[in-house]
Design a protein around this ligand. Structure first.
Ligand code: SF4
Length: 329
């Protein structure tokens, strides 16, 4: 009887390193499946594309509750924006470890490269991830494995350490050579894709967290949609930028006060939680200013749907420089 094949579960973002990790482990004889964690801030689209090109099964896991808990309280803090990368990554690996135990895999793997990212992939950060994820020697980083302590699958003879690699540092030449060797041609940039790393997005998210909070999942989902304003008395306004976003807001009209111009075409809008009636006039002024009736000499009727009852507010367009002061960029 031949030796049983090791079964590995690899974190796949779709980036080059995560794809190479799968290829290197398959070349070392392991049978691989992949896992990706999806949130409103990070789409699984690249991972799905990569999994299909690699021909591996992909487990897509909703990670939103974990991510929101980390946004509220990141034990190792944030990166340059609102990205709790060390804890986020460790928690993903912990969740992958739980799936490993449940589905009978032998190890979890990642495409991490020692020293590639000064903050999150130095030896200490890799150690924190390993400890937090509590995988007890079953976390394999095939691209840098020969520079790290042997893992259990290696010492147990399931993975041949000599078939694993010793890449370190920020240069990409070895990865690009391997990509050519494995015939990989499509991979997004390594840092791209996560909105939590974008400064403007982080400002909008921090504003939501500090005012309405992050407990309403539908409000969090809407954070990637539309312009956002913080009105003078403290309510917020979410304003559609195009027909697609207006349709999303219409679908979520029960999230607060839903507003649209009654007889002119223009954006849809939602005020999730009205702090003061004065904010309703300000919100209507902004809705009018982005509508076709913005230059009207007369106040424009804005229809407001509130707790199932329809009412009207009449407002003149708020001057654009004033609304820009209220917009969260
Ligand atoms: S970039 Fe985003 S998804 Fe990736 S570890 Fe950081 S916070 Fe998590």
């Amino acid at each position: 009887m031949g030796k049983a094949k090791a079964r590995g579960l690899s974190l796949l973002s779709g980036g080059l390193d995560s794809q190479l990790a799968v290829k290197v482990l398959e070349r070392a004889g392991a049978c691989m499946e992949c896992i990706v964690f999806e949130t409103p801030f990070f789409s699984a689209a690249s991972a799905k594309k990569a999994a299909s090109a690699l021909g591996v099964k992909l487990h897509v896991v909703d990670f939103t509750d974990d991510e929101i808990a980390l946004l509220k309280n990141p034990p190792h803090g944030f990166g340059s924006a609102m990205n709790p990368c060390i804890d986020c990554h460790a928690t993903m690996i912990r969740r992958a470890g739980e799936m490993m135990s449940r589905l009978g895999f032998d190890f979890v793997s990642t495409g991490e490269v020692l020293g590639q990212r000064p903050m999150s992939q130095n030896r200490q950060a890799l150690g924190i991830v390993e400890k937090t994820a509590a995988l007890a020697g079953r976390l394999v980083r095939p691209l840098s494995a020969r520079l790290l302590e042997p893992t259990l699958p290696e010492t147990e003879g399931l993975l041949d350490r000599d078939m694993l690699l010793d890449i370190s540092g920020r240069r990409r030449d070895r990865q690009l050579a391997l990509a050519a060797e494995f015939g990989l041609s499509e991979f997004p940039s390594p840092a791209g894709g996560c909105k939590l790393t974008e400064a403007g997005f982080a400002r909008r998210l921090a504003d939501l967290m500090n005012h309405e909070g992050l407990d309403n999942r539908r409000l969090v989902d809407l954070i990637v949609t539309a312009r956002r304003f913080r009105l003078p008395a403290g309510s917020s306004l979410i304003l559609g930028r195009d027909e697609k976003e207006n349709a999303v807001l219409r679908e979520n009209s029960d999230l607060g006060i839903f507003m649209e111009c009654a007889s002119a075409s223009g954006p849809s809008a939602i005020v999730p939680r009205l702090v003061s009636e004065s904010d309703l006039s300000a919100a209507a002024g902004i809705v009018v200013s982005y509508s076709k009736a913005a230059s009207s000499a007369e106040p424009v009727e804005v229809s407001c749907l509130r707790d199932g009852a329809r009412a009207s507010v009449f407002a003149a367009a708020m001057p654009r420089d004033k609304s820009k002061e209220l917009q969260i960029f």
